[in-house]
Every structure is written in structure tokens, then in C-alpha cells.
Design a protein around this ligand. Structure first.
Ligand code: SF4
Ligand code: SF4
Length: 107
């Protein structure tokens, strides 16, 4: 998990709209980052998705992670997603690529 966390910090937090100029997360203690909170589930989805289509990763992430996230309502709507305020939704493509790159380096 450490190597994934490190890569996420280097590749996602560094460019995240919710990070400072030095890549430090600016969320307060009442806010939760879905990328950090659901990282084991996100990694699992990436490992289990066998597709060249990035949309398949997006849909599987939504089906697993958003399904278990309190921000999504029973209709499948999420106010954070709608406001482009979820880092998982904003950067999912880069997150998938980052996890795959860590796996390639480990192979
Ligand atoms: S919101 Fe998440 S992805 Fe963005 S800087 Fe904070 S921990 Fe990193
Ligand atoms: S898009 Fe919404 S429901 Fe999905 S992980 Fe982000 S905050 Fe949770």
C-alpha cells in the first residue's frame, strides 16, 4: 500500500486543486479525500478491470467506490461529483495510470 500512496502523493496530490503549491493537502479535518479513504478499493477495481477502455475503469470505480460512499444518494447522484469537488472523479484517469505504473515497476 505504501508504494501506491507514495505514487498517488507524487502524481495526484501534486496537481490536485485541493493541494497547496508544495503539494500539501488543504482539506480540513472534517473533509475526507475519496482517493485516500478508498485507496484499497480503488486499487482492487483497477486490478480487476481488464479493459483498454478508460470508461470501463470509470464505471467500475463508480459502481464500487461511489456505491459505498456516503456522498452519493440513493438515486446515484453525488453533490461533490456534480461540483467537480471529488478528487477521485476529477483525476480518475491519472489515478488509474498511476496504479498501473506502480504495478509495472513492481513486475
Ligand atoms: S484532496 Fe486528496 S488527492 Fe487532493 S491533495 Fe488532498 S489527499 Fe491529495
Ligand atoms: S464521486 Fe461522490 S460518491 Fe463517488 S467517491 Fe467521489 S464523493 Fe464519493
Amino acid at each position: 500500500m505504501e508504494k501506491y500512496l507514495k505514487a498517488i502523493k507524487e502524481n495526484i496530490c501534486s496537481i490536485c486543486a485541493d493541494s497547496s503549491e508544495t503539494g500539501k493537502c488543504t482539506l480540513n479535518e472534517r473533509e475526507i479525500c475519496a482517493v485516500q479513504y478508498f485507496l484499497p478499493e480503488i486499487i482492487d477495481v483497477v486490478h480487476k478491470t481488464d479493459s483498454d477502455e478508460i470508461e470501463d475503469y470509470y464505471n467500475n470505480l463508480k459502481n464500487v467506490v461511489c456505491h459505498n460512499c456516503k456522498a452519493q444518494d440513493s438515486d446515484g447522484d453525488c453533490y461533490l461529483r456534480e461540483d467537480s469537488n471529488c478528487s477521485l472523479d476529477r483525476y480518475f484517469r491519472l489515478i488509474v495510470e498511476t496504479i498501473q505504473k506502480v504495478d509495472e515497476q513492481a513486475a
